[in-house]
Design a protein around this ligand. Sequence first.
Ligand SMILES: C[S@@+](CC[C@H](N)C(=O)[O-])C[C@H]1O[C@@H](n2cnc3c(N)ncnc32)[C@H](O)[C@@H]1O
Length: 205
Amino acid sequence: MRVRLPGGPLDLLRPADPDAVAFDPVAVDEGVEELHPPHWARLWPSGRALAGALAGADPGLLAGRAVLELGCGLGLPSLVAARAGADPVLATDRSAAAVGWVAASARRAGLRVGTAVAAFSPAEDALTGRTWDLVLAADVLYGAAAATALTGLLPRVTAPGGQVWLADPGRPEASRWLDAVRDTWTVTTRALPDGVALHVLRRRP
Ligand SMILES: C[S@@+](CC[C@H](N)C(=O)[O-])C[C@H]1O[C@@H](n2cnc3c(N)ncnc32)[C@H](O)[C@@H]1O
């Protein structure tokens, strides 16, 4: 699909029929897998809106910056970040299928986007031992488990002075989560298209 964005369109590869995509086996514990619905297989309004906000942002936000996307799904915000000169860019999701599609889109567009299968956990190899200037996440706060995991993970993956850009379509879990993390983060919020809110989090000193 071709997505119109400030700075020009981007082509995003995706399954032809997201409803026909098989459930994902996801490791939830040592030797334990669950089947999860393939939410990654469509571009959600929050992913599209976050990509648009990044594409229209001050170039200094992205050029030469290290960018991490969590729960990337099809990874449009990561593609936008790479196009704007962010380096390195790492797109992650707990679904191996999702990050495969992101890698394919990046290859096709000639953009450098690294990918890794990673849940919201500091124990993930890909998320350990380094930090990122900008951490992106679109529509990931729809369950209590994800919210709890992000509370622990975000301070560990965000560089000192860095930011988290969290796009959300108004899910109740997101508003509970934002209230709970205000001791750790300052939060500024602005409206994006299609009922999506962009929450920009900066670590309190
Ligand atoms: C609603 S979709 C949003 C996808 C994409 N960000 C967008 O806005 O188009 C949620 C995404 O978060 C991923 N996800 C959910 N819980 C996760 C977790 N605990 N760890 C890693 N990824 C997770 C799912 O696999 C899915 O790709």
